[in-house]
Design a protein around this ligand. Structure first.
Ligand code: ADP
Length: 374
């Protein structure tokens, strides 16, 4: 009950979100040192409640080695999953109000993207990431008996690897087919029939499989099927998952039982490929190609979001598969939240700086600051 009281208070943040320039929010999260890690020297000097962050380079003395940043929120190493979600929750309400919402996790491999989005490998309720909590809230709010709206919710899951989109819930292959058929048997087959005929316009992958869901557990089951499909294409799942983007899309259709008016919106949960730069002199062949595709798509995403934050008349959606696929859910009155993940270790200083510069660019702050200094 206490939790719901806090959520109600959160309405204030919700209102604040509505007024956001371009509806883009950037939250920065610093990963704690991991158990067994010897090095405790950190690049993080200050984390302010107002979203201020100061980073130091221990190998440079004085002013030169310090740099400050400002985001909508910064979470220090002690922040819990529940705290992080509290600031995300208003966006979930927005989905049921008819807004398209994209939530991204950006950062180098090992910086906590999957932890924030999903949680650790063996996840307890306390450690649930944004995905689980968002889905639970989505189903809870959509089943509110006082509302005159009735909702249908369905799920797609795709992976983008080397600029190719792959349907992770496709029923190709016997095993997947069996899993899917068994799964659908437990769902309402009628709903499936209705839904498979029409595509909400949230994700521009017209032929990616879509499944109706009635509860968080249905989505989690589908996500597991998706993860298994993802693993099949690679012997090392971790390697593959750090080099591809994964998108879980939740589509909502609602009809007001009283007035007959309808709404449609989507929530996209995007775990991006690792942003680490690859030393060109050290990699060749497939690895180089992967790295180039990742660079291209992450910088295209940065360009799109920063164009939206600047309210630029031209938004370059066509430059990557990632931005093409999410086009209808980025911009317009859609809302975007970017979790920027930082590894606090000293030897990650330069990688963390490039992550933060990306974050600064997408939050639209950098250009503003440059203008005022002229
Ligand atoms: P990424 O998805 O960016 O590659 P992970 O989410 O896999 O990174 O995080 C790397 C490791 O750090 C994992 O073992 C994860 O459980 C742990 N970790 C990340 N963030 C946190 C956190 N906030 N609290 C505790 N452990 C974390």
């Amino acid at each position: 009950e206490n939790y719901y009281a806090i959520l109600a208070e959160n309405q204030k943040l919700h209102n604040e979100l509505q007024e956001l320039k371009g509806n883009i929010r950037v939250y920065c999260r610093i990963r704690p040192f991991l158990a067994g890690q010897k090095e405790k020297q950190t690049i993080v000097e200050y984390v302010g409640e107002n979203g201020e962050l100061i980073i130091v380079n221990p190998s440079k003395q004085g002013k030169e080695g310090r740099r400050s940043f400002k985001f909508n929120k910064v979470y220090g190493q002690a922040a819990t999953q529940a705290e992080v979600y509290l600031d995300t929750q208003p966006l979930i309400q927005s989905v049921l109000d008819g807004y398209n919402v994209c939530i991204f996790a950006y950062g180098q491999t090992g910086s906590g993207k999957t932890y924030t989005m999903t949680g650790p490998d063996r996840v307890s309720e306390e450690e649930w990431g944004v995905n689980y909590r968002a889905l639970n809230d989505l189903f809870r709010i959509s089943q509110n008996r006082e509302s005159t709206f009735s909702y249908e919710i369905s799920v797609q899951m795709v992976e983008i690897y080397n600029e190719q989109v792959r349907d992770l819930l496709s029923s190709d292959g016997l095993l997947n087919c069996v899993i899917t058929i068994i799964f659908c048997f437990f769902l309402d087959l009628h709903t499936l029939g209705i839904l498979s005929g029409s595509q909400p316009n949230g994700l521009a992958v017209p032929d990616a499989s879509m499944y109706p869901v009635k509860a968080t557990s249905d989505v989690l089951h589908l996500m597991n099927v998706g993860l298994k499909n993802r693993a099949k294409s690679s012997t090392a799942l971790n390697e593959r998952s750090s080099r591809s983007h994964s998108i879980v899309s939740i589509h909502v259709r609602g009809i007001d039982q009283k007035t007959g008016s309808s709404m449609q919106s989507s929530l996209h949960l995007v775990d991006l490929a690792g942003s680490e730069r690859v030393d060109r002199s050290e990699v060749t062949g497939d690895r180089l190609k992967e790295a180039q595709h990742i660079n291209k798509s992450l910088s295209a995403l940065g360009d799109v979001i920063s164009a939206l934050a600047q309210k630029s008349p031209h938004v370059p959606y066509r430059n990557s598969k990632l931005t093409q696929v999410l086009q209808s859910s980025l911009g317009g009155n859609a809302k975007t939240l970017m979790f920027v993940q930082l590894n606090p270790e000293v030897n990650s200083h330069s990688e963390s700086m490039s992550t933060l510069k990306f974050a600064e660019r997408v939050s639209g702050v950098e250009l503003g600051a440059a203008k005022s200094s002229k």
